[in-house]
Design a protein around this ligand. Structure first.
Ligand code: MG
Ligand code: MG
Length: 240
């Protein structure tokens, strides 16, 4: 899983290095595909539940599961990329959000910063004998204190020999509740937050999840191992 985590971190490094106004989401997906193959790994999302691409690319009001295609990224777009890799049958799952171009407004940058930091708050709770609700509550409180909302219908999850395993890891919940965290567990924590209401809907393509009110959304995700020494982030980038 460390290897699978490094592959997807390298793949998203390459995708975000290439992110600029004028590029298409299909081109970004192709960079993820070529990087994963060059690392000798397999893409985890391609064909999973019938998904047609290597990465989910979701822009602005799109939260998750956006399908790459001919859409051209515009200056100031909030671009979320979610991707996974398989090495020797073990999976990783990782997502980041950034603003394309040089004209990011403050609200977009703040949404990105709060989402990224809320993930780190959740990761800090990944120690043996804590509970899943401790992660959920840390993420939720941080995001709420910042004045943003969190997705309810889509959650983090265990990850290992499959992309999606037990237990569910919600981004909203009460401390001290839920499954016990044990040494050796590997989970994906993935806050999805928005500037408006928490309600979502799925577009007619059957995949793309958007905010119901059209507000902006950001998404960060790490695959984390729970060890006796605390959390080990398996999908952290080589540049930190
Ligand atoms: Mg993911
Ligand atoms: Mg995930």
């Amino acid at each position: 899983m460390r290897s699978a985590g490094q592959v997807v971190a390298v793949a998203l490094d390459a995708v975000f290095d290439a992110l600029e106004p004028g590029i298409t989401t299909a081109e970004l997906d192709d960079i993820a595909r070529r990087t994963i193959r060059a690392e000798g790994a397999k893409p985890a999302f391609l064909g999973l539940y019938g998904f047609p691409a290597v990465a989910c690319i979701s822009i602005n009001a799109e939260i998750v599961h956006g399908i790459p295609g001919e859409r051209i990224v515009s200056d100031g777009d909030l671009v979320s990329v979610d991707c996974g890799a398989i090495v020797d049958g073990f999976y990783s799952d990782h997502a980041r959000t950034a603003v394309a171009g040089d004209n990011a407004d403050d609200e977009r940058l703040r949404l990105v910063d709060i989402c990224r930091e809320s993930l780190l708050q959740g990761i800090e709770q990944c120690v043996p004998h804590n509970r899943v609700g401790d992660i959920s509550n840390a993420v939720e409180q941080f995001v709420r204190d910042a004045g943003f909302e969190l997705v309810r219908e889509y959650v983090g999850h265990g990850v290992g020999r499959e992309l999606h395993e037990a237990p569910p890891v919600p981004n909203v919940g009460n401390a001290g509740t839920g499954p016990l965290l044990m040494e050796g567990m590997t989970i994906a924590i993935e806050p999805m937050i928005m500037s408006g209401s928490w309600e979502t809907k799925v577009l007619d393509d059957g995949w793309t999840v958007v905010t119901a009110d059209g507000s902006l959304s950001a998404h960060f995700e790490h695959t984390v191992a729970i060890t006796a020494d605390g959390p080990e982030v398996l999908t952290s980038a080589r540049n930190g």
